[in-house]
Design a protein around this ligand. Sequence first.
Ligand SMILES: O=C(O)CCC(=O)C(=O)O
Ligand SMILES: [Fe+2]
Length: 293
Amino acid sequence: MTILTRIANRPDALADVIAVIDRDGGVIVEDFISQETLAALKQDLLPLVAAVDTGKDDFFGKRTRRLSNLFAHTRHCAGIVTHPLFLEAAKHFICVPRKVWSGDEQMTSSCDVQIGVGQVIQIGPGEGAQPIHRDDGAFMWSRSYGREARLQIMIALSDFTRENGGTLVIPGSHKWDDDRPPVMSDVVSTEMKAGSALLFLGGTFHAGGQNRTSGELRTGLTIALDASNVRQEENLYLSLAPERVAEFPEQVQRLLGWSTSGRSLGWIEIDGIQSDPNELLARLNPASAAALA
Ligand SMILES: O=C(O)CCC(=O)C(=O)O
Ligand SMILES: [Fe+2]
């Protein structure tokens, strides 16, 4: 396959969207947002993106800017996460019931979906291709589970082209086993107009593309809907005030969840950088700051 399948944004398109994602691991939905929403998102977010620093390594991109915490900056993401072609497709792939035992009773258990991350990703001229990866690698998800933990959307805020770094996708790779490596010769570029969107599974190999242009910014807005069971049982972020957490030794703070898992889960954006949340506590509690230093 050399191009991704495109589907028009119509209310009756859900079955087609699901069928193509099931087959290819990803699909382009054309005109996913209206031109008014596109303009409003750009107005709210692009000045903030311009103000953040670029990434510091090849994964985050030394010529790539990322703005997180999107719901703090704009109201226009609400219609994205509730759009039926995204939300219902996410539920279809993620909220697959399974049987669990409670005493001698076998019951059906399921999960919901929740927002796992939201980011504007702006790839600047001269940026190389990101290493090809599966985003559910952060959850240590395995293909052997036979189920998905994430459906992600990448909305084009600028046009996405092969030259400016349109997201690279390996169609069908959500069905590969854990040992099969991704290779560049299998990728296809996501080419779509501003306002259109790529939907892809957490198990689909993909990467930010190389920006070979001399002056074009490739700007995308991505949001992940994730399995809501991938979380702490007790919501300690709400039940303990940060000031209370800061009173404990750093080791306990981290056990309470104020930490990252690997480098990709549990981070908080501080000064435009995806940071260890323990840094926030360190600011509340100088003793903990000394321990971190
Ligand atoms: O910017 C893109 O097209 C994809 C970025 C990505 O996959 C990531 O940062 O995990
Ligand atoms: Fe990714």
